[in-house]
Write a protein of this length. Structure first.
Length: 391
């Protein structure tokens, strides 16, 4: 019997890239159904793996570089260029310079972490001749509103005494003026298109500090401190550029990096999959599939709002293809995903364990979960044939 499985996972933060996750799922599928045809479409959402996915899809080139990491120390980073003969287009993922994975768990403090290295990546891309920059926003370890990125590109953020602000989101509370005269003039001649989660806003009860600050190590008091600092930041940015970044869709992406892209770099924000799907061939693969397996580190009530499994399921539902989602953790509100095209879900964890053990064991756990899911499906297929014979 011909049986085609499309494997379209996201990466598992701090554990597996999307490519690695796809390989693990493939191995599990083939253990359960050796004759299956497996198509792999590792997904990118703007976070870790964004550069690699787009460079690979276009036969482009990756460039290695050292930049300032979120803690202010040098880190190995990278950017890429799309292949082909079109407009020279650089691809940057902010996580490669300011991602959460670059901040050790015992040093996570979004009041102090900086996006400065992201600006250095943009600068390097300009040096390399980019006329367009695709900037992936996701998996961030910062909450500085993109202030560090802007500073690395010559924008001056000053307090009431004319002193430059130090790194970190908390310092934005002291912001008084923004100086644009030193801003890299090449920014006026390059298109910056940022792939963002369109649901992420900068301010308010659903603002970036309140929703994502705790995930990055912020205490309740720091959440309020960062929220107030970003309000000051948004006011000064609006006074400088005329752009209201406080409530703009996507401006809260990556700790508010979207706000700086929009208000200080004069770039454009786009729903992440409007960018990604120009280069990945997911829809073509969906048309060939009998079953789709997607995966991500966590599946919960927030998944339908811009996460990979929901995007895959949304497209699969239009084609009438069933979707199974595998996840490291299953969280509150997960059943909402049934309304968005995910037909079944399961955790890859089979027993209680520490986070460190889960991260280390993720390859085997994911492969085993995929195998178990497909074995269940083959049971159903045998049952269907048996019932059909009896009937």
């Amino acid at each position: 019997m011909s049986f085609t499985v499309l494997v379209a996972p996201s990466g598992f933060k701090e554990s597996l890239t999307a490519d690695q996750a796809a390989d693990c799922i493939e191995s599990g599928v083939l253990r359960a159904f050796p004759d299956a045809r497996v198509l792999k479409a590792p997904m990118a959402d703007g976070g870790e793996g964004f550069t690699e996915a787009l460079v690979k899809a276009t036969d482009g080139k990756r460039h290695e570089i050292e930049v300032t990491g979120p803690l202010g120390n040098p880190v190995a980073s990278h950017f890429g260029f799309l292949g082909g003969n079109g407009e020279p287009t650089a691809v940057i993922e902010m996580a490669a310079a300011a991602g959460l994975s670059l901040v050790p768990r015992d040093r996570r403090d979004p009041c102090r972490t900086t996006s400065y290295g992201v600006g250095q990546l943009v600068h390097a891309a300009l040096d390399a001749g980019a006329r367009r920059i695709l900037l992936g926003c996701g998996d961030s370890g910062i909450n500085d509103g993109g202030a560090g990125m802007a500073q690395a590109l010559g924008v001056r953020l000053l307090d009431e005494y004319g002193r430059s602000l130090p790194p970190g989101g908390a310092a934005l509370a002291r912001l008084a003026t923004i100086g644009m005269s030193g801003r890299d003039p090449r920014l006026d001649h390059v298109r910056i298109d940022a792939a963002v989660n369109w649901h992420n806003v900068l301010l308010g009860e659903k603002g970036v500090a309140r929703v994502f600050g705790p995930q990055k190590g912020a205490t309740p008091a720091q959440v309020e401190e960062l929220s107030a600092a970003l309000e000051t930041y948004a006011t000064i940015v609006k006074g400088t550029s005329g752009i209201d970044v406080g409530s703009a869709p996507g401006a809260g992406a990556s700790g508010g990096l979207g706000a700086a892209v929009l208000g200080l770099l004069r770039g454009r924000l786009h729903p992440r999959y409007d960018i990604v799907m120009q280069y990945l061939e997911l829809d073509r693969f969906i048309e060939q599939a009998d079953l789709i397996i997607t995966a991500e580190g966590s599946l919960d009530g927030q998944t339908p709002f811009g996460k990979v499994p929901a995007e895959v399921a949304h497209r699969a539902r239009k084609a009438g293809v069933p979707v199974i989602a595998l996840a490291g953790t299953i969280g509150k509100g997960v059943r909402l995903n049934f309304e968005h095209g995910i037909d079944a879900f399961a955790s890859i964890l089979t027993r209680p364990c520490t986070l460190e053990d889960a991260i280390q064991g993720a390859p085997k756990l994911l492969a085993r979960a995929a195998e178990d899911a497909v074995r269940m499906i083959t049971v159903g297929m045998h049952l269907e044939r048996r019932v059909g014979k009896v009937a």
